[in-house]
Design a protein around this ligand. Structure first.
Ligand code: SAM
Length: 286
């Protein structure tokens, strides 16, 4: 059983420099053995998650955890789940969807066809929310959404479109606060404890694994939505991902980030204008 995150800490207050060295070596080992690159993830949360995994695996040091990860691939899969924080919800931050309808949808109406990249989509709630908005705004039939994540197992959940029924009350409220125009329950069928979302919502969605830290651009997009993902990256990696998004956006394309993320102070800030500063929605201008 994994410890709650706040309780995950080194067993003894050791030598911080040694701990840092062990963490760097572990991340290098994980990268070279498995190809997952967490070397530029924000340190504080990374450290807590490594210690939690160490304790769950019965390792008393980060080096011991490293040995376990190298020789026991299932433990690497468990670490991967710990490190790719998958918290999400439908119509998360409803005000974002109000702004999306008001400021992005009118732009999309001027295009004959729209490509949207939802990067770091986790279990898909964000993708279904966007598909619902696009359907209600008469845009879905001429849109393709590319929904990607580093983690294959969350993508499998996203594709299935089955979410816990007990979340629907909260999601209905989010949907209404996000400017929803219909009865939210029309989008899913309730069966036992689950809500199965309509397959029409994924007809125009391509789900694929993509690692923002390592993989290249793969298309030209009119909109990139990457919310609550870069918050886990350190500054150099954030800057690299911003370069990837800049390269992947059409001119006048839209970039939407999470509430705690920003383009300000990044090297590409002056290539965008703010469409909605509070909602972190930007438009590429140059
Ligand atoms: C907190 S969730 C955000 C989900 C959704 N965008 C939202 O705002 O609700 C962060 C997601 O980013 C993914 N992620 C983390 N590192 C990634 C990387 N290097 N490349 C692609 N996805 C990554 C995780 O697997 C996780 O599903």
């Amino acid at each position: 059983m994994a410890l709650p995150l706040e309780q995950a800490a080194p067993p003894t207050p050791g030598d911080p420099e040694l701990e840092q060295l062990e963490i760097e070596l572990l991340l290098e080992a994980v990268y070279r053995r498995y190809g997952f690159d967490f070397r530029e993830y924000a340190q504080a949360s990374l450290k807590r998650r490594l210690w939690r995994r160490a304790s769950a695996e019965g390792a008393s040091s980060i080096s011991e955890l490293q040995a376990k990860l190298l020789h026991d691939p299932p433990s690497m899969e468990r670490l991967l789940l710990d490190l790719s924080i998958n918290v999400t919800s439908m119509f998360r931050d409803p005000t974002f969807y109000v702004a999306f309808r008001a400021k992005v949808v009118p732009l999309l109406h001027t295009y004959p066809f729209t490509r949207i990249w939802c990067a770091g989509c986790s279990t898909g709630e964000e993708v279904y929310s966007l598909a619902i908005v696009l359907q209600e705004e008469g845009l879905y039939d001429r849109t393709r959404i590319y929904a990607t994540d580093i983690n294959e197992s969350v993508l499998a959940t996203a594709k299935a479109g089955i979410f816990p029924l007990d979340k629907m009350q909260q999601y209905t409220q989010n949907y209404i606060r996000g400017g929803g125009k219909h009865d939210f329950s029309q989008y899913y069928l309730a069966a036992y404890e689950a809500a199965q979302f309509s397959k029409t919502l994924t007809e125009n969605v391509v789900f694929a694994q993509h690692n923002l830290a390592m993989d290249r651009a793969f298309n030209q997009f009119n909109v990139i939505v990457c919310r609550n993902v870069m918050i886990y990256f350190d500054k150099p990696l954030q800057d690299r991902v911003h370069a990837l998004f800049y390269e992947s956006l059409e001119r006048f394309g839209v970039l939407a980030l999470g509430h705690k993320e920003t383009l300000t102070f990044t090297p590409l800030a002056d290539r965008y204008e703010e469409l909605d500063p509070a909602e972190r929605i930007y438009r590429k201008t140059a």
